[in-house]
Design a protein around this ligand. Structure first.
Ligand code: NAD
Length: 487
């Protein structure tokens, strides 16, 4: 039986180690997109709350409680937070599913482990961020120190609200920064719960502050605040561009993880059954509300008809269902607005001349919810809107190609460059095509694999800087060169 009956307690802000209401007393209601029912009230951060949160983060950094702590102690606390996330996996999974609409299978079995994995992985880096001694001449001792930046503002979207807490906060904290995190208003619940667990793990007051609120108010205040040293943002390209302009005023460092329109390329020599599964997971996992979704399926002409028939057959079997049922593999889109946007794109595709071979409709579950069928549009031309614009839903655009050159040209002929997939049994082709693709991640005979140890981020309009892996630590630290005159 699925459980939507156990009440969820109201979520508050976390500022300076305490759960507090907004200064204005204002709250907003977070809604379950699968039932269209309210889940609970959430304290809504305004400018004054962001000011208090930044002040707390600034004091925790400048006062040194966190950056001056022994790195091994920071490591111990972050590892413990990872453990607490796993210990509370059922609750976190349920909250994420109710707030976002994704299947409990994904939230509980995948996302919880990813976010715990981030805290476990990056805890180890706290003791390993070293500088170098660099030989220049015998008369001087020259070395570098790798230091934290200060206060990091993290702004995250609604599609992977729990994962993003790990992606942003774990490396920032491991490097000795303090953080003000602004979750998306659609999905604040797991971030607030992880904030509470962080306090239980022993994170000192002010080190991680959480301010759920509107982007144009709370997000904007965070980006404008001169006491914030860096903004790490995941969200739309449009807002990312705006943040670049705003951050310029205070010369803030920025990491931007933005949209995508990723090609998933199937060559005729691939294991076609594996590729059908990969194409399907590439777009329908996470309801396609994934920046890296393989939303453009490029299929070699000689196998196109056979491949699309198999894929359409598979898509028709992935019916939307109750996200809290462990067997469900396609949940509800995160909001009504997102559902309408996705259905609008399906109509645009058909108007542009694409052929609907699976799905295409809203399909309520128990008469409710923002569910959209697993949808496949065939006969897409790479210049159509559905091939160029991010749909952010379970809608796949299938484009035929003829040979390697055509595949690479079509794959790269898009603004974005977040990820790509290549399906082939030819080792040389796999590696050479991987090199030629303009994308921050390339999966070969796989799709949507992630790990805390592997850098993730965009080429081109998909952004800059990296989340995850050792590379992202460069974006949360700065290097100081020290010259000591020995003569
Ligand atoms: P969005 O850009 O509308 O919002 C993202 C966050 O920014 C939210 O917390 C929002 O409140 C905040 N925000 C909005 N306006 C702001 C402003 N003026 N100042 C400061 N903050 C502001 O994006 P979304 O619709 O929530 O998320 C979907 C988008 O995120 C998609 O485009 C998707 O591709 C992208 N995304 C990218 C990645 C990646 O790693 N590249 C991962 C997940 C999602």
């Amino acid at each position: 039986m699925t459980d939507t009956l156990t009440p969820v307690k109201p979520a508050r802000l976390i500022i300076n180690g305490e759960a507090v209401d907004a200064a204005s007393g204002q709250t907003f209601t977070t809604v379950n997109p699968a039932t269209e029912e309210p889940i609970c009230e959430v304290a809504e951060a305004g400018v004054e709350d962001v000011d208090r949160a930044v002040q707390a983060a600034r004091a925790a950094f400048d006062g040194g409680a966190w950056p001056k702590m022994k790195p091994s102690e920071r490591q111990r606390i972050l590892w413990k937070l990872g453990d607490l996330i796993l210990a509370n996996a059922d609750e976190l999974g349920r909250l994420e599913t109710m707030d976002n609409g994704k299947p409990i299978f994904e939230a509980r079995q995948i996302d919880v482990h990813m976010v715990a994995g981030c805290f476990h992985y990056f805890s180890g880096w706290a003791t390993k961020l070293t500088g170098e001694t660099i030989p220049v001449n015998p008369g001087v001792l020259t070395y570098t120190l790798r230091e934290p930046l200060g206060v990091v503002g993290a702004i995250i979207p609604w599609n992977f609200p729990m994962n993003m807490v790990g992606w942003k906060c774990a490396p920032a904290l491991a490097a000795g920064n303090t953080v003000v995190l602004k979750p998306a208003m659609e999905t604040p619940l797991t971030a607030v719960r992880i904030g509470e667990l962080a306090l239980e793990a022993g994170l000192p007051p002010g080190v991680l502050n959480i301010v759920s609120g509107p982007g144009a108010v709370a997000g904007e205040a965070l980006v404008r605040d001169p006491r914030v040293d860096k903004i790490s943002f995941t969200g739309s390209t449009e807002v990312g561009k705006h943040l670049m302009r705003t951050a310029a005023d205070t010369v803030k460092k920025l990491t931007l993880e933005l949209g995508g329109k990723s090609p998933n390329i199937v060559f005729a020599d691939a294991d076609l059954d594996a590729a059908v599964r990969g194409a399907s997971n590439g777009i329908f996992y996470g309801k396609g509300e994934i920046c890296a979704a393989g939303s453009r399926l490029l299929v070699e002409k000689s196998v196109h008809d056979e491949f699309v028939a198999k894929l359409a057959e598979r898509a028709k079997k992935i019916a939307p269902a109750d996200p809290l049922d462990p067997k469900t593999r396609l949940g509800a889109l995160a909001s009504k607005g997102q559902m309408e946007k996705v259905l609008g794109y399906v109509q645009t595709g058909v108007r542009e001349g694409a052929r609907l071979v699976a799905g295409g409709e809203r399909q309520p579950v128990n008469g409710r919810g923002y569910f959209v069928q697993a949808t496949v549009l065939d006969g897409v031309d790479n210049q159509m809107k559905v091939a160029q614009e991010e749909i952010f839903g379970p809608v796949l655009a299938v484009i035929a190609f003829d040979g390697v050159e055509d595949a690479v040209a079509k794959a790269n002929d898009v603004l974005y460059g977040l990820a790509a997939g290549v399906w082939t049994r030819d080792v040389k082709k796999a590696h050479s095509v991987a090199r030629r693709l303009q994308a921050g991640t390339v999966w070969v005979n796989a799709y949507n694999f992630y790990d805390a140890a592997i850098p993730f981020g965009g080429y081109k309009a998909s952004g800059f800087g990296r989340d995850l892996g050792p590379d992202c630590l460069r974006d949360y630290t700065q290097v100081k060169s020290v010259w000591v005159n020995l003569e």
